[in-house]
Each structure stands twice: as structure tokens, then as C-alpha cells.
Design a protein around this ligand. Sequence first.
Ligand code: GTR
Length: 444
Amino acid sequence: MERRKSIPNLLINKLLKKMRILIFLGLLFGFCFSNAQYRVSFEPNYDESKVPVFEVPDPLRTFKGRKVKNPKVWTEKRRPELLQFFTTNVYGKVPGEFKMVRWDIVEQADDAVDGKATRKQVDILFEKDNREFHFNILMYLPRSSKPSPVFLGYNFYGNHTVINDVSVIISDAWVSNNPSFGIINNQLTEQSRGVRNNRWAIEKIIDAGYGLATIYYGEIDPDKDDFSDGVHPFFYENGQDRPEFDEWGSIAAWAWGLSRAMDYFQNDEDIDASKVIVFGHSRLGKTSLWAGATDERFAGVISNNSGCGGAALSKRKFGETVARINHSFPHWFCRNFRNYNNNEEALPVDQHELIALIAPRPVYIASAEEDKWADPKGEFLSALYATPVYNLFGKKGIQSEEMPAVNQPVQNTVAYHIRSGVHDVTDYDWEQYILWADRQVLNK
Ligand code: GTR
């Protein structure tokens, strides 16, 4: 027999339904409002007199207060504890191993860059649980000097954007839309071929006897707050759908990809794997620093305008801050890094110690005068404060506490320049990197 609901019951049900809708709308409104509030209320500080007074953590003193007096104590005690801190509290740890199973040379020709270079496109393949993961490395190697030293760096919009070369394969990985490059529907097309050639001085690099190797970073992990794609899911345990609090965000995943490229270089006779310089701009400069810190096979590291979470000191809170970067890009760092949102003073480290992790290998920090958001002075100070660790190894770092003038590079094992102009990579930057690499990496 059909049971009828009584009239009061019906009314109560209706009321409950309405209340649920209201609660849902309230929560939605609260969420949007608080985010919008944050966006509206964040005022970057660009006033040097408002930079807080803070203590710079001493890279040569252990967390327990022991002074580090020689390279042995640095290498065996201090470096590991710093690396551990950055791993579990800033970038996140790689949760396991995922080894390349094969590589295929998809395309190769000797007539690139006016016949001065060999172009090589290599597909790197990984497998786990019957699923495949791939990325592509595009290389231009000087025909005049093999095995070649190489600059390795990610690009933002696909390998085919770095040069106007019809033979470069267009990636089908997800990409952020950029209508000015003809990128809509998150897909790369022919229209964007060569659009970023201004950032890659390929001819200068080849003429100087170096190769260039580049990878589209979205093939390792698409740059969006979504952990269901890219390399992360290959490491999930049953039921897991995103990394744990101390596990890798996107920057650590991108750095992992650079190390896998290095694995490949160690198998390519055309490349001198002992002379690979890892380069990156902006978020990818944060990535090159982390790759250099975690993988000692990189012979040199370049950070171009890397800013907050890269070369800039977090405790200065000048321009972009920890809270701001974690709000705008929640997927870049590990979730533990959020403990330092508006709480930089609690950090027992700062970014100069990330640079120190690269010691004694050469490192170049570059800023741009108009790139205040990335805090040029904070980037300089990081290079300066990392210097005592280089000195411990008998290497020269930054010797003057004064920031060098614009376009007046200081090129020791630790190098720094501030270029005129905006947040970008220019020929000027590449000219400096080549000069410095000649001396500091190739020992010319
Ligand atoms: C900005 C971000 C910076 C920097 C830059 C980039 O929006 O705030 O930290 O990484 O993007 O990568 O171009």
C-alpha cells in the first residue's frame, strides 16, 4: 500500500531543501568573496623603507647551532638538513622512482641553423602499470664541437615556439590559452611557431660552441591547479588523488623532468653530460634552481628573473610574497609551504640557502630593473648571502655588498646581473650566460 506523507512532513521537507540551497549559496558566496577580498586587498610592497627587519639565517650554522667550518661538515651535515627542509616544506618530495624505459630519436637533421647545427628530437618514454608517459626533447647541437656542452631549459609554449623551424614537432599537451600567440582551446597550433624566438638566442649559443636542449614544461605537468594530469598521478597510492602535504608540487615535478633529461644526456654521445647548464626564466627559473639543488649532475645553474620562491629572499616580502604566490598558484609548491603564508618570519631558511645548495657549482642569478614584482634586490642579496658557502670551497662569489649598476655583470662562480628593461629573457642575458659559462663551466 502506498504511504502518503502528511502535510506537516511535506512542509518540513520543503523547508529543509530550501535551507540546504541557502547554505550552499552562502558557502559559495563566502568562498568567492574571501578569494576576491584577498585579490583586492593584496598590495605588494615596493618601498624599501617598509621592508621588515629580519635575521638572515646563517647558511654556515646548523639548525642546532653548530658552526660549519669546512666543506666536509657542509657536505655531510648542513647541506643534507637544508635540502631536507626545502624538500618537505617548500617544493615537496618526489614520492618514488619512475625510470625511463626507452628513448626514440623521432627526427634528426644536419642542416639546422644555416647548416651550423644538428637538430634532434627525442621522445623519452616511461611506463607504469601499463600506462605510458612521454616527453620530447628538442636539441640543436653545434656541428663544430661534439660532444657539446649544453644549455637545458624549459619553454612556456611548446618547442616549436623557440625557433622558426618548420621541422619542429608541435606538442599536443595542454597549454594555457594565449590568443596573441593564436593559442585557443588549450591547444598548440602552427600559428605559434617561432613566436618566442626572441627569448632563445639559438644562433649565438651554437656559434659559441654550446648546444641548446629544450622541453615544453606542460608535457611534464600542465601548469594548472589540477593533480589528475601530468606526471603526479603515476605515483599515487590507491585512492590518492593529489600529492600529500610534503609531496611535490609542479615546480618539483618540472625539476624531476630536467633530471630525466639529464639521464638521457648521459646516454647521448653527442652531448657532454658533465657540462650541462640548467637554465630557466621566472617560474621556470625557480625550477632550474630546484633542479640544480637536487641534482648535482648539473654543472651550472641559471636563474633568470625567478623572484619569489626562486632567488628572491622571502623574508623581505618585497613584491610577490609567500601568501600571494600560494594563493595565485596553489599547485607550484608543496602544501606545507602554506604554513608560511604571511608568516615568513617563521621560516628557518631563506632562498639564499637554496642557492647555497648548488655550491660549489657555478650559479648565475639575473634580475631585470623593471621587474619589481620579482624583487631584484632580494635576488641580489640571495647571491651575496650564499657566497660564504662558496668561499668555504675556495670559490669566488659576490664580493661587494653594493648591488652592481644596471648592465654591469659580476661574473664569478656566483654571478649576478641586473639588466635594464622588463621581466623577460633577452639577447643581452644570453650573451652574459655564454661569457660566464665559458669561464666558469668550460674553464676557458
Ligand atoms: C607570475 C608569478 C611569478 C613568476 C611569473 C612567471 O605571475 O607571480 O612568480 O613566476 O608569473 O613565471 O612568468
